[in-house]
Ligand binder design. Structure first.
Ligand code: BGC
Length: 735
């Protein structure tokens, strides 16, 4: 552990400023910096006089609050910042944290959808837009990006992440951190990012949120940790720990994770914040006796700031005085927190994010609308287009649009959008109608039976099919049917685990009823996680995965349906055939009995195949791409050059994502049957070809052993280069 102000790499003046300030601070004031409160009173009204709010208010004047969350809007932030700066003894400005997950007012697609673009620049730009709007309403710290790798579509929070793959996930993490924090953290439109949730949260048993995580070291080092390492390498300022226990120890109280790996091995110099009450939850986990014990464990194990557990503010002083927590531990945490505040420029101007003109000008700015529209188009994945129903022609066809989600302006905004306004998405119906007047709508059935909110269960319509008749009649007299089905936006996100991955409510029945009268169905899926839809995959000729695309949903979907934009997304997460296959993911290990035999004694299910419905990396285009001339040349002890030629063999221009997978055939710790190690996204005109080059180095060829040491071992590798994790040209090499 480092003592106060010992970071040699920082400019001396920053070190000495922190030193100087800390030398003036009392123990209580230092502990105050480690305290993060939620705000929930009427900030612009009179000061609260009783209860928890009054207590918090009082603590603000005493300098016992380092940061607040859920305060936004220039007026609110300014009022509380003034309170902290003017009324406390040392006037240390606060951080204002908020969950800006995929935008503040203008909403980009949910993060899982953005991951499907495989477009790192666009993803970075999307985070930039979110930071610009958030910083305009006083927020200087976002609790994003979430970088939990997950292989379990039952877990609702997969919508917040980058999918199942550590390589793609790491690149996306880095892009998002760069987008939020920009080049210069002290600029008025950049905010501190937070890599969350450290660590293992995406591996909750059976996909049930907050559940136990029990994983081996190889998975921890090679799958869970890499995106966090990438975020740290790209200067992420804060890290949030997680609710779960990891191999028997709550992450919030895990010194191995927070001290040894994050701060020592990786040299992270920002601070760690707990998740909401995750500190206190160590009692329920059976790891701490009471809140004082909680404070002792969390502080000693490297959790620097306590979100809403009241453990530090109430107990740390006694713990320091009794010697249970070293003052050096407190100093280290406070130094880390102050450093972030200095870097943000809050000491120069605590109100720098409180400019009412920026707030007025920047929310819903037209440039932001354009950026999220572009992002939304890139995020869609064409899963199937067997009879080439897509793209639609605007002129000749009578188009029936069916499904409650088609006329919904709220659900497509997705989950985790605390600052946004309800019902502000462009609906699919609105989007289609701006292209053609050949559209007729019938709802078919409601998806929900009541109001939906971020905090409550979504009431799904499981019984009412009274609208089926009208929808079927309309479908019967139309040339083509666009059915918009899937999950409500609030069916994914925190606390939104599902045991079924089908189309909720009566939607499957509606789909089958319409199919009876018209087989020309284009199924537009809206969902926050992979779904298991084997019937649709078998019977419906065309399926477009649109996820929850945010503010510009309907416009983006219409552009894809009419061919104004050629879909280019690829799945960042495997789609199962059945829930029983979950967790299903492409980079699994081989069993000892991988091959089918005549008898039953091989690794398989008796009632379902092992293969996924749609594999990782899958995604079609309105054109086709041919692969040729794969060459794999070993150019050094651990350097391999891979070349491949890709040709647009179809009729229209399109974008392809070429993916490179390797398999290390024999290793001291077994390696997955495939691992993504490179990708490039590019566009080609019809008949145009391009030769791509990929370089595999130690970074791509090595792995972490069970001690967490990165090793590169000699031996044979297989390689697959192509359009998905299952389709491409294969070769081999030896290093
Ligand atoms: C979530 C975090 C979030 C925090 C603050 C928690 O419930 O797990 O991801 O940042 O709340 O809103």
């Amino acid at each position: 552990m480092t003592g106060a102000c010992s970071h040699p790499e920082l400019p001396n003046d920053l070190n000495s400023k922190i030193n100087d300030l800390m030398s003036q601070m009392t123990l209580e004031e230092k502990i105050g910096q480690m305290n993060l409160y939620n705000g929930f009173w009427d900030i612009t009204g009179p000061a609260p006089e009783e209860g928890d709010a009054a207590n918090k208010y009082q603590h603000l004047s005493q300098g016992y609050v380092g940061a607040m969350l859920n305060i936004h809007g220039v007026e609110n932030v300014r009022k509380l910042q003034e309170h902290a700066v003017n009324d406390s003894r040392l006037g240390i400005p606060m951080l204002f944290g908020y969950d800006v997950i995929h935008g503040y007012k203008t909403l980009a697609p949910i993060p899982l959808a953005e991951a499907a673009s495989w477009d790192l620049e666009a993803i970075q730009q999307s985070a930039r837009v979110a930071a610009i709007e958030a910083s305009a309403v006083g927020i200087n710290w976002t609790f994003a990006p979430m970088m939990d790798i997950s292989r379990d579509a039952r877990w609702g929070r997969v919508m917040e992440g980058g999918g199942e793959d550590p390589y793609l996930g790491s690149q996306i993490s880095a892009a998002r951190v760069k987008g939020f924090q920009g080049e210069d953290l002290s600029a008025v439109n950049t905010i501190a990012a937070c890599a969350k949730h450290f660590a293992g949260y995406g591996f909750a048993e059976a996909g049930r949120d907050y559940n136990t995580v029990d994983i081996g070291t190889s998975t921890l080092y090679n799958v869970v940790l890499p995106p966090f390492k990438a975020a740290v390498d790209h200067g992420v300022q804060t890290v949030m720990n997680s609710f779960n226990i990891l191999n028997g120890v709550p992450a919030t109280g895990d010194a191995f994770l927070q001290r040894e790996i994050l701060k020592q091995r990786w040299g992270f110099d920002g601070f760690v914040v707990s998740d909401w009450s995750s500190t206190r939850e160590m009692i329920a986990h059976g790891f701490a006796r009471d809140n004082a014990h909680v404070a002792e464990i969390a502080a000693n194990s490297g959790s620097d700031m306590d979100m809403e557990s009241y453990a530090y503010v109430n107990h740390l002083k006694v713990l320091v005085n009794s010697g249970k927590v070293d003052i050096a531990t407190i100093d280290d945490a406070v130094e880390r927190i102050l450093r972030v505040k200095f870097k943000l420029g809050l000491f120069e101007d605590p109100y720098k994010y409180c400019d009412p003109n920026r707030e007025k000008e920047l929310l819903y700015h037209e440039d932001h609308q354009k950026a999220v529209l572009d992002m939304a188009k890139m995020s869609m994945v064409l899963l199937k287009n067997e009879t080439k129903l897509l793209p639609l022609s605007k002129f000749q066809q009578k188009i029936a649009v069916i499904g409650a989600l088609a006329d919904d302006k709220n659900s497509p905004l997705g989950s985790w959008r605390l600052g946004s306004d309800d019902n502000t998405a462009v609906s699919v119906l609105e989007g289609l109608k701006s292209h053609t007047d050949q559209v007729t709508f019938a709802k078919g059935a409601d998806l929900v039976t009541d109001e939906t909110t971020f905090r409550h269960e979504v009431p799904i319509n499981e019984t009412d099919k009274s609208g089926f008749g009208e929808a079927v009649r309309l479908a019967g007299k139309s040339d083509v049917v666009v059915m918009v089905l899937g999950e409500h936006g609030f069916q994914s996100g925190e606390g939104r685990s599902r045991t079924r991955l089908d189309l909720p409510g009566v939607q499957q029945e509606l789909l089958e009823a319409v199919f009876e009268v018209n087989k020309n169905i284009i199924l537009v899926l809206m969902n926050g996680r992979p779904l298991a839809i084997p019937w649709a995959a078998e019977n419906i000729p065309t399926i477009l995965e649109s996820w929850h695309l945010g503010s510009q949903s309907g416009n983006a979907i219409a552009e894809v349906l009419f061919g104004a934009y050629n879909p280019s997304g690829k799945l960042p997460m495997t789609f199962p055939r059945s829930v029983g296959q979950v967790p299903i993911f492409y980079n699994h290990f081989s069993t000892g009995r991988p091959d089918a035999t005549e008898m039953v004694f091989w690794s398989h299910y008796n009632d379902e195949s092992n293969s996924p419905l749609y594999p990782f990396g899958h995604g079609l285009s309105y054109t086709t791409f041919d692969y040729s001339d794969l060459s794999v040349t070993v150019t050094g002890a651990s350097e391999v050059i891979v070349k491949v030629t890709v040709t647009n063999s179809g009729q229209v221009a399109g974008e392809e994502v070429t993916q490179v997978y390797i398999r290390d055939l024999v290793a001291s710790v077994v390696r997955p049957v495939k691992e993504l190690k490179g990708f490039q996204k590019f566009s080609l005109d019809p008949d145009q070809s391009r030769t791509l080059e990929f370089k595999l180095t130690e970074k791509e060829l090595g792995f972490y052993d069970n001690e967490g040491k990165f090793v590169v071992e000699s031996g044979k590798f297989e390689i697959l280069v192509g359009t998905s994790s299952v389709e491409g040209l294969s070769g081999e090499f030896e290093i």
